[in-house]
Each structure stands twice: as C-alpha cells, then as structure tokens.
Design a protein around this ligand. Sequence first.
Ligand code: SF4
Ligand code: SF4
Length: 163
Amino acid sequence: MTLEKNGIPTPAQLAVIKPSKERLAKGPVVLVECFQKIPCDPCYSACKRGGFLPFEDINDLPQMDYDKCNGCGICIGACPGLAIFVIDETYSEQEALLTIPWEFLPVPDEGSTVQGLNRSGEPVAPVKVVKVRPSAKKNGAMIISLAVPKELADDIRSIRVKD
Ligand code: SF4
Ligand code: SF4
C-alpha cells in the first residue's frame, strides 16, 4: 500500500525524514511527515529559527535543518495537514515526549490517560497527557504533548479521548 492509496507513509518515507540518532539524543526535534507535493508552506514562515529551509517552489516538500530546531512545536499548529510532530527521546529513561496536533473535541486534560493510536487509527497503548496548549495560529490545531513508551514513539501519532 502506498501513501496515495491509504494516506499512511511507508517505512522508507519515514526513514528519510527521521533526524539522526545523534540529533535525537540532544533533545526535542521536529518530525515533518509531509510527503505529498501540494501548494503549501505555512510551516516555513511559522518557524522563526530557520528549522525549515526556504522553499524554492511552493509545491516542494519541506526540507529541514534539524540543528536549528529546538523542538518548540510552534510549526505543529501552523500545519493544515496535521503532518508535523515533535519527539523528545531524552524525556526519561523509559518514555519519550511526543507532541502532536489535535483538532478534535474533547480536548484531553493534562495529567489524564488517553489511548495512543497508530497512523491507521488502531490502539497501541495508553499514554499520559503531559501538556495541552493552543496553537499560536488562529484556528490552528491544539498542541498536545504525550509521554509514550520509547519503543512505541515511532508508531503512535494520534490519540482517542473518552468523553
Ligand atoms: S519545532 Fe519549533 S524550532 Fe523546530 S521547526 Fe518547528 S517551529 Fe521551528
Ligand atoms: S504546512 Fe504542513 S502540509 Fe503544508 S508543506 Fe508544511 S508540513 Fe506540509
């Protein structure tokens, strides 16, 4: 199955955008899971640190300078495609801090436990909501940080919140 057919990136596509082990070991860093050439670039202007390299053409896929990214997460709320995440593998020995976009209701409470879902929407593991913050962009997605088991940090990309 390809991204065009099921909307899910392949392992090969994900490998291309993953920061190096050395960069991941330094702290939070952006993961841009944007693989379809569409006329879109608000991520570029949302980042004031130069994390996104200038687009030569608006249809280009984002290109990153991971050393300029501090993992602030501002670009998450600016992306209409909900394609941007931040991972912090230094969060604790057992858990990574995964930050995701969230544009649904209900909004989870900080400190609550929600169901972590994979890219297909299937349950993976319960995860703890560490932080909930609004987007800097009007009507942008909320930005939710989750403590996830390190071994599942590459799989979990969404959550299910009980009413
Ligand atoms: S997480 Fe922050 S620093 Fe990193 S690319 Fe996004 S806006 Fe820039
Ligand atoms: S804003 Fe999101 S969808 Fe648009 S180019 Fe950037 S990462 Fe891709």
